[in-house]
Write a protein that binds this ligand. Structure first.
Ligand code: PNS
Length: 165
């Protein structure tokens, strides 16, 4: 049976660091679903779920075994329904670890057959996060090295729209 991995996240918006993890996961599994989910600790957000999905689709269109979905519910529930064998998450700095570890244990409790795999980030992306992209962009900084080129202008446009409101 074809192996399926899920790369979950809030992706508000997807960064080149996320893309690196997705690309490396796609080499290890037959299929990868990049799953946009809501993180209850992060309220609001700059982009809607469908915009986030669209950004990831445009940024991964060159990787044939990657699909992109949104799920308004539990990650574990979705992973079981789809028959996934693994949840793959990128780990950057040590401070990521505590929360990621709790999430992995919760998901294991909810879906004992699904393994969480932590993939170590490339050193180039250790500092990078969606919040950092929004912060640098909001102050007019150059985000070219932080986000896929296909979506850079959409981010700049949204920041401008929000500023003009
Ligand atoms: O990119 P993020 O914000 O670190 O991703 C966190 C995310 C969205 C994967 C996590 O909050 C999540 O799994 N949300 C869906 C709800 C859920 O399954 N919660 C239980 C596991 S903590």
């Amino acid at each position: 049976m074809a192996s399926l991995a899920i790369c979950p996240g809030s992706f508000d918006p997807v960064t080149v660091g996320h893309l690196d993890i997705i690309r490396r996961t796609a080499k290890m599994f037959d299929r990868v679903i990049v799953l946009v989910l809501m993180n209850s600790k992060k309220s609001g957000g700059m982009f809607t779920p469908s915009e986030r999905v669209d950004f990831i689709k445009r940024s991964t269109s060159h990787i044939p075994n990657v699909e992109v979905e949104f799920h308004d519910g539990l990650l574990a529930e979705y992973a079981v329904k789809k028959g996934a064998v693994a949840i793959v998450k990128g780990l950057r700095v040590l401070s990521d670890y505590e929360d990621e570890f709790k999430q992995a244990l919760t998901n294991k409790k909810l879906a004992s057959d699904i393994e969480t795999i932590f993939m170590v980030t490339d050193t180039e992306y250790m500092f990078l996060s969606s919040s950092l992209v929004k912060e640098v962009g909001s102050f007019g900084g150059d985000i070219s090295d932080f986000v896929p080129s296909a979506i850079k202008q959409d981010i700049i446009d949204r920041i401008r729209e929000l500023r003009e409101r």
